[in-house]
Design a protein around this ligand. Sequence first.
Ligand code: QV4
Ligand code: CA
Length: 515
Amino acid sequence: MKTRTKWCLLALGFGLGLSQYHSHTHHGGSIVHLFEWRWSDIADECERYLAPSGFHGVQISPPSEHIVVSKPHRPWWERYQPVSYNLCSRSGTEHELRDMIRRCNDVGVKIYADVVINHMCMADAGEGSRSTCGSYFNASREEFPSVPYSAADFNDDKCTSGSGNIENYQDIYQVRNCRLLGLLDLAQDKEHVRGKIVDYLNTLVDMGVAGFRVDACKHMWPADLKVLYGRLHNLNPKWFPKGSSPLIYQEVIDLGDEPIKAGEYYPLGRVTEFKYGAMLGSVFRKWNGYKLSDLRSWGEGWGLMPSDKALVFVDNHDNQRGHGAGGASILTFWEPRLYKMAVAFMLAHPYGMTRVMSSYRWDRHIVKGKDENDWVGPPSYPDGTTKPVPIGPDGGCGDGWVCEHRWPQIRNMVTFRVIVNGQPLCNWWDNGSNQIAFGRGDRGFIVINNDECFLDATLNTGLTAGTYCDVISGQKTGDRCTGKQVTVDSRGRAHFRISNMDQDPFIAIHRDSKL
Ligand code: QV4
Ligand code: CA
């Protein structure tokens, strides 16, 4: 059994850096994407669950008015087809949005709004008022009177492709100036458009949001985004330190095979690191000869972007259903055992700012590798209204809501991440195959067995002597452990035995799970 280094990697980087990368008082917890949740349910969840568990913030689905698609019936992606910046959407009214932001901020859970500013709805959406606030629009004439936008506000004159759509991702001009999936492409270099977008974003900032997930940034020029972000208000001083600026993380899918690179967007804010989930999925599936022990150099050592620029996740709302990027290696709630291991690894490891996905179940219908039901929207009533999220006696969710963030293993690892925040990776151990362990300073330690054999090892944990409750098989409740327990001796060493047949073949202990 080869043992590996016992020393800590130097705590890299400093607390400085532009504030777009670090959201203020970022205590190390994770963001959770409550995909398609209603505003009133999010408000309840902030108070009853997210704050006590140590979640840092919530990414909410796009709050702007969007088209109502009837064919297919109310797909989730109708929210990525704006018709105005009015704040009524499938998740609720402006009043409900405002109330949710206040209630979440009051308990220290920040709100990050998913904002769609690259485009409006699809060109062939027709005309009428089938929209979530009832605003009239005429897509073929590029008229959105509720903003207002008119044909002059779109990029038709700039696009050089035959169809007007993006046809070639190797052509950076097409990618920015043509229509993504036929969606009417806004001209962010025009003062009128800039004004409308900035007003929309500042309305949200003044309401109390802490920042944004900016949709489709690859399709907008960094120079234009710089102008837009430069006009954002400081965060609302009711909840944030005076002079704080919004945390921005930009959706740019860069798997290395296109001329447009994530690095172009680093000076503007954080960027989604899609290589993270694609590669981590391959490692935990043991594809391409990958082994868990290869994760010893995880992070920039694997060619990922600098940690203080990265927004990382195991899966997201697109690639959990075959949209966007990441492919077959992506792990999702459909494969819970491997998924929990990968999410636990992400939350224990110091790299990046993490986002946990919270999904709903749908009736997958996979034909030739593609899910024909990838469009299915959230749990809804026959009239299309989104259902509330019922919380069961076991703390799980009902009515088709998956609530991965409420799985005890994931919740407890979010808390773990808060406790070890700022501590360097220490005491890495592996068996040269698929058994690994590492600590975070003297605050926490995790051991994972993804081999087809028993893990039986005595390891340096870096923790002080004592008896610790495993937070994966249970947790510390009062003065006892509801799951496994681990005894650390006076030299910080502990003996771990993990069967590869365990439901969850990994153990995690931390300073606050000590008896
Ligand atoms: C269809 C055809 C097009 C055709 C068009 C004609 O596919 O070839 O040009 O009709 O009108 C929906 C349908 C899509 C349809 C389109 C209407 O799925 O078939 O095009 O509407 O034009 C989400 C969904 C898309 C959905 C879109 C709009 O994923 O399927 O399209 O919402 O409703 C790239 C980008 C990346 C992007 C990713 C999906 O670089 O930024 O594609 N990811 C973000 C969001 C994603 C969202 C969008 C961008 C668009 O994460 O959820 O797409 O806002 O990689
Ligand atoms: Ca564009």
